[in-house]
Write a protein that binds this ligand. Structure first.
Ligand SMILES: [Ca+2]
Ligand SMILES: [Ca+2]
Ligand SMILES: [Ca+2]
Length: 566
């Protein structure tokens, strides 16, 4: 059953308000139409050049372009039909599988055609059936606004999963042929809000429809692929579009999206409906469908405004409004719209510009535009990711400045100045930008040179990175003093300066390095020099042992990071 719905195609009636039909052909046609609803219904063109029929031309030709046909499931045990007792007002008729009884119409194919490519004013319909049962012939074409598609959301299917849910204003075209009759009565009913079909209007009597049946067999070669048709198994009808949408040319237009046919047991409208051919997706409309394209602004820098321009064309004196939606850069499928008022009042086919939207992120903003439609024009909108429907927003520049501070008193240390050894300092980085309402985020790093700071801001999704100037400074060395003591090797006693010792005494010298810096301990070497005079004059003799001071002492310049992001 579902498979029977596959391959749905669409035909479109549009612009019906624009122009009249061509010169009517000299044949059996509905007034104003060129489509042959032959007294003995057939599919081939019989009349002169102005005439048209289901086939592109005379005997042996194929279906003309634009004809939509839909076959029933094969006749026999796998055919589907409505369950016993189903009738036209049922909103959820049951669907059953099985052969159609010989006293009922076993449907074969139905077809539709919109007469007039650019200015259609007539809708043609045909039905065909396997055999001609006794009794009256009653075929109902149901035209719905919604099409049942089990794979769509929503499906728009009734509970049987095949026929669509009905909408107020749906149409039912009834084709009723008396037993032995050759001219059908074509009537129309409208689905009412209360959930029943409204009263029948006889379109045949009103001159707004014409329907006939084949009284002789139609050869397979003249059937456009329907196969050989015995008498009374092919019926055709022409209906004025104005009858489908009665206010045509006045106030209203309408659109129908689904068509299917079913057989009814008798002239009684309440009688049982039996075989059907599953719905076909169609677009039957007397509304103009304007073309809507757009041109989004950009590129700009984050924080600046963007807008969209909608180009409306092809409408029939369009009125109504155009609204705009914008979608943030991450919303690549347009899931979360941000309305950009004001809605623009439409007055004719023209360009309409949205309000400004102030950006807050770098990236590609997406736009959609929606035309409301009006009494003569269908609503149209641009899809997500339509051409020219994105505004590029670039990152904003930043600058980073630094200041060196003394921890002890927060005083700013001037560039290239000197501080005492052991001074604790920290660097303060300030990231600046010129975008109101959007602030940079991210990190500032302070990779210290030996004696300079440079701050680097790594940027974020909205702001470019920036690096401060080099911030040099100098750390002074601290003072130290070195004192010596002469020791007697024998007893480690200190030998006073300028005193005397006995000949042969072994002595050594001890050096002490002192400094007043609490943060640092001195490292390096002490070199001893022995002099043979009493005044350390000259170069000395016999360099003594060179000693290394306790080393690997830690430098304690402290680096601190201070975030002051604005
Ligand atoms: Ca015909
Ligand atoms: Ca014909
Ligand atoms: Ca069927």
């Amino acid at each position: 059953m579902v498979a029977a719905l596959a391959g749905a195609s669409v035909f479109l009636l549009s612009g019906a308000l624009a122009a009249g039909a061509a010169t009517p052909c000299a044949g059996s046609v509905l007034a104003g139409s060129n489509f042959e609803i032959d007294t003995n219904a057939n599919l081939k063109v019989d009349g002169p050049a102005d005439c048209i029929d289901w086939l592109a031309d005379g005997s042996g030709s194929a279906m003309r372009a634009g004809v939509i046909t839909k076959n029933d499931l094969p006749t026999g045990a796998t055919d589907n039909s409505f369950g016993q007792g189903s009738q036209e007002n049922d909103i959820n008729p049951t669907v059953v599988t099985g052969s159609i009884p010989p006293n009922k119409s076993d449907l074969k194919t139905f077809g539709l055609y919109a007469e007039g490519a650019t200015a259609p004013q007539f809708l043609e319909l045909f039905w065909s059936r396997v055999q001609n049962p006794s009794g009256t012939t009653n075929m109902d074409f149901e035209l719905n606004q919604k099409f049942c598609d089990p794979s769509a959301t929503p499906t728009n299917c009734s509970t049987n999963g095949v026929t669509p849910v009905r909408t107020t204003g749906d149409k039912l075209i009834t084709y009723d042929l008396a037993n032995g009759g050759t001219v059908a009565t074509i009537s129309i009913r409208t689905w009412l809000g209360v959930g029943v079909w409204g009263p029948s209007t006889d379109l045949t009597a009103a001159g707004e429809a014409l329907g006939t049946v084949n009284t002789t067999a139609i050869a397979a070669t003249d059937s456009g692929g329907l196969g050989a048709l015995s008498s009374f198994t092919f019926g055709e009808a022409s209906i004025s579009i104005a009858a489908l949408f009665p206010n045509l040319g006045d106030l209203q237009c309408g659109t129908l999206g689904s068509a299917f046919v079913k057989s009814r047991s008798s002239d009684s409208f309440q009688s049982e409906i039996k075989d059907f051919i599953a719905p076909q997706s169609v677009t039957i409309s007397n509304c103009a469908t304007p073309t809507l394209t757009t041109t989004a602004s950009g590129p700009v820098t984050v924080g600046q405004t963007i807008h969209d321009v909608a180009h409306l064309s092809g409408g029939t004196n369009p009125t109504g409004s155009i609204t705009f939606q914008v979608f943030a850069p991450g919303d690549t499928t347009c899931q979360t719209p941000i309305a950009v008022p004001p809605a623009k009042t439409v007055s004719g086919n023209a360009d309409y510009t949205s309000g400004d939207y102030t950006t807050s992120q770098a990236g590609d903003y997406r736009w959609r535009a929606f035309y409301s439609g009006d009494a003569h024009n269908n609503a149209v909108s641009t899809p997500c990711n339509d051409a020219n429907e994105s505004s590029t927003v670039n990152k904003a520049p930043t600058s980073t400045a630094t200041e060196l501070h003394n921890n002890a008193n927060e005083a700013v240390i001037a560039l290239s100045s000197s501080v005492a050894l052991g001074t604790n300092v920290h660097d303060k980085a300030t990231v600046s930008d010129s975008v109101a309402g959007v602030d940079p985020t991210g990190d500032v790093t302070l990779p210290a040179g030996d004696y300079a700071f440079r701050a680097h801001y790594n940027g974020d999704s909205n702001f470019d990175a920036s690096t401060s100037s080099c911030e040099p400074f100098h750390v002074n060395t601290a003072a130290s003093s070195t004192a010596t003591e002469l020791h007697n090797n024998a007893n480690e006693t200190v030998i006073a300066l300028s005193s005397s010792v006995a000949l042969g005494t072994n002595v050594h010298d001890k050096a002490t390095v002192s400094e007043g810096n609490a943060a640092f301990d001195p490292t390096g070497d002490v070199t001893f020099t022995f002099f043979t005079n009493n005044s350390c004059d000259g170069v000395g003799v016999g360099a003594g042992r060179r000693l290394r001071l306790p080393g690997a002492l830690q430098r304690r310049l402290e680096l601190r990071r201070v975030d002051q992001l604005v």
